[in-house]
Ligand binder design. Structure first.
Ligand code: MN
Length: 723
């Protein structure tokens, strides 16, 4: 798509006069002048005046016939972000709606992220949120990104690649989901070029080269198609389609097809006046050339999730050349190109319902629903990504209701699609009346019956095969709740028991004591405390002790915090040899008669064994300032090689760690296991050392040894340490 450069507000206004009122155009002008003044002195990376950017963004939107408020928001979209003008100021000048839109776009741009993956996830959520409030916000954001992609050359290469990848992963799918095909294609082409300039150029050159050879064939087919329509008295126009470069590249990569194979296909689109003409044209072309079995798709009867409608078929042309044909009406064509934007573009024509708009809204609502049950944003985007790519299958209920599911969906996915309750209570299924496993991937056109049993619960194993976000989220949600309620009940029992051993109970304690403890532990409810105890994160005995202290002495007890571990060496403190705790590990202290306080890692096996003596445990934490060296045991599995131990030792000392002890055990003729006792400063340091070791070619596995078996000194019950 080549957009002629609009270089002034006057030329934009001229274009607007085609579909906006004079007074509306004046408001757009006003927004332009306001932004121009606000951005005065600022330059784009390209060296142009900054105002050229909002002007172009508005221009992109005007081509979609977006309303005057969207254009005003486009003019002002960077004003809050880049010039320090407040939302209130924009509101006073241009009204609440425009101010809200500008604010929405600014918010989308403002989010700062820790990692790229998270960035995209967060971005997505924010977008979904913004969209559900005012879809025009997302349109402005998409136009903003489109102009930034058109001018991406001005950025340094690494930034260029990052932006391009983000565009490909986030913005192109959104455009696609909203049915805005033209914008999606431009996003893909620009991103592809920015990410892989060489591949882009090479494929481009190859396409130009074969285009000459193809021309004759294309004309021949087109003429025969047109003649056929003419003969049958079917009005319509036929256009030859060319695949865009990214889609060629993507096909080569994902379907492992050669360039020649892809280019061997000839694609046409026939656009007609009415829906029933589509089917008649289909009949006509099927009698002209033989159709390829199994390739006919009726997206008119069952539109794609983004609202796309057309008939697709493939024909055997002369000499067996495959010919792909799309047949649709003018309206469907407009929808296919502009999607949701067609809603604005064709607002005046009554017969085009805002179908895309409605569908987009449904999609957004679906996203928000998922987001509420999936807390973690990465988990969220993983779901969304799956849902975004429109490889759908259609399956039927026994009553003939159609459900649309992603490729690879199983009966469990189907059950959840019907209703969460059907999903969670499903026990078996019939596919085409035959009993089938719940994990069997479904295929388009199948009729699936789900058998449920009241009171049945979701099976964790389902997580290994379900593919829809809804099923996955619902199952996880259920499991999480179940785990929570179990641990809460267990924690309550443990705390009650501990309090009973002190001769008291929860209802004998003051409410203040309980709430103070919760505050100290930063927990928001007593149930959360039970949960923490039940999960083993807190010791019931210690919690009981603290509650009793707080009950007797509400003010004094506040001073008592956790014990801090400050030194690597100390006469009263010892580090357990079974689990070798190092700073960064979650730890717990055990009071031993002979050894003083012994520090274990929270997950040490011996700790679990010794929980029976709760009064001997104390809560401890690392002093954040702790210094010194700590012993830790690491196991390395490696292939035999001459001098490998020396290589290993060099790697470890190279990462500034000392080796205390090395022992080797042969596993078989090829592999050895080396146990190392090394000194490190903390977990981060250990991670660095392990990374260094892993980089050695001969090394197959590196693990930290925790909870190793410690022989108990005979005749004694205390088994936490060896000497
Ligand atoms: Mn911008």
């Amino acid at each position: 798509m080549t957009a002629p450069q609009i270089d002034s507000i006057d030329s934009l206004a001229e274009g607007l006069s085609g579909y906006l009122e004079k007074q509306q155009i004046n408001q757009v002008r006003r927004a332009y002048y306001y932004a121009e003044q606000a951005h005065e002195g600022q330059l784009r990376r390209s060296g142009e005046r900054y105002i050229t950017h909002p002007l172009q963004v508005a221009e992109i939107l005007s081509r979609m016939h977006m309303d005057h408020q969207s254009l005003m928001a486009a003019m002002l979209h960077d004003v809050i972000e880049d010039t320090g003008i407040t939302k209130t100021a924009v509101k006073t000048q241009f009204g609440n709606t425009v101010a809200e839109m500008v604010d929405g776009v600014s918010k989308l741009s403002r989010i700062k992220f820790r990692s790229q993956a998270e960035a995209q996830a967060e971005n997505f959520q924010k977008m979904a949120m913004a969209m559900s409030r005012d879809l025009r916000v997302i349109m402005v954001k998409l136009a903003d990104r489109l102009h930034n992609m058109r001018t991406i050359r001005a950025l340094p290469p690494d930034k260029r690649r990052r932006k391009a990848r983000e565009t490909l992963e986030i913005y192109a799918p959104i455009a696609n989901r909203l049915g805005m095909n033209e914008m999606r294609i431009e996003f893909e082409e620009l991103s592809f070029e920015a990410m892989y300039p060489l591949r882009f150029r090479r494929i481009g050159a190859a396409v130009r080269k074969v285009r000459g050879n193809r021309k004759e064939v294309v004309t021949k087919i087109q003429t025969s198609l047109e003649a056929c329509l003419e003969r049958e008295g079917l009005p319509g126009r036929t256009i030859g389609r060319e695949k865009h470069l990214y889609s060629i590249y993507d096909k080569m990569r994902s379907k492992r097809k050669s360039f020649a194979e892809i280019m061997d296909v000839y694609a046409f689109r026939i656009i007609v006046d009415r829906v029933d003409t589509c089917y008649r044209v289909l009949g006509a072309v099927h009698s002209l050339y033989k159709p390829v079995p199994g390739r006919f798709k009726d997206y008119i009867a069952i539109p794609k999730a983004n609202g796309y409608q057309a008939l697709h078929t493939t024909l055997f042309g002369m000499h067996g050349l495959p010919i792909e044909i799309q047949i649709r009406t003018e309206e469907m064509e407009a929808m296919a190109n502009n999607g949701i934007a067609a809603h604005w573009l064709y607002k005046s024509s009554e017969d085009l319902p805002s179908n895309a708009h409605v569908r987009a809204r449904e999609w957004v609502n679906g996203l928000l629903e998922m987001q509420q049950s999936a807390g973690n944003s990465l988990e969220f985007i993983e779901h969304v990504k799956i849902d975004l790519f429109p490889d759908e299958i259609y399956v039927f209920t026994p009553k003939g209701e159609i459900f649309e599911l992603p490729v690879g969906s199983t009966p469990v996915d189907f059950a959840y699609a019907i209703h969460t309750d059907v999903g969670s209570t499903c026990v078996a299924c019939r596919i085409e009346r035959r009993l089938a496993p719940l994990s069997e991937p479904l295929e388009s056109g199948q009729t699936v019956e789900i058998l449920t049993a009241p009171g049945h619960k979701p099976n964790p194993a389902w997580l290994s095969f379900v593919v829809t976000a809804k099923a996955r989220t619902s199952i996880r949600h259920f499991l999480k709740n179940q785990k929570q309620s179990e641990s809460t009940a267990l924690g309550r029992r443990l705390l009650t028991k501990a309090l009973a051993s002190f001769g008291t109970s929860l209802d004998k304690l003051s409410r203040e004591a309980v709430s103070t403890l919760l505050e100290q532990l930063r927990l928001d409810s007593l149930n959360r405390l039970f949960g923490e105890i039940g999960l083993g994160n807190r010791m019931s005995h210690l919690m009981a002790q603290r509650l009793i202290d707080l009950n007797e002495n509400p003010t004094g007890a506040e001073l008592k915090g956790d014990l801090l571990v400050r030194d690597a060496q100390s006469s009263v403190m010892n580090y357990a040899r079974c689990c070798c705790p190092i700073p960064g590990d979650r730890i717990i202290g055990y009071i031993s008669a002979e050894r003083g306080l012994v520090i274990h890692t929270d997950d040490c096996n011996n700790v679990a064994d010794l929980r029976a003596n709760p009064e001997k445990w104390v809560e401890v934490n690392w002093d954040p300032e702790i210094q010194g060296e700590f012993s830790v045991e690491v196991r390395v599995e490696l292939e035999h090689q001459r001098g490998i131990i020396a290589v290993l030792a060099t790697a470890i000392t190279g990462a500034e760690a000392n080796i205390e002890k090395i022992s080797t055990a042969e596993r078989d003729a090829h592999f050895s296991m080396v146990n190392l006792l090394i000194n490190v400063r903390n977990r981060v340091h250990l991670a660095r050392v392990m990374r260094k070791i892993r980089m050695i070619k001969a090394v197959t596995r590196v693990t930290r040894v925790k909870s190793r078996k410690v022989r108990k000194p005979s005749g004694r019950t205390e088994a936490t340490t060896i000497h």
